[in-house]
Design a protein around this ligand. Structure first.
Ligand SMILES: [Zn+2]
Length: 53
């Protein structure tokens, strides 16, 4: 769980992809929206478990 909280951002469409999502999909770093493979690592928002809307 050392990677928990890391979020990747797709440089193509800007989608935010949490590392949990990456692991659910077999560990391949890939945009879940457009499938692009180049994501940059960003810090997660300071928000905790609040639903952002
Ligand atoms: Zn994308």
């Amino acid at each position: 769980m050392e990677k928990a909280g890391i979020v990747f951002e797709c440089i193509r469409c800007g989608a935010k992809v949490p590392s949990e999502e990456i692991e659910l999909r077999g560990g391949e770093v890939k945009c879940i929206i457009c499938g692009y493979r180049i994501l940059k690592k960003i810090k997660p928002p300071v928000v905790k478990r609040v639903k952002a809307e």
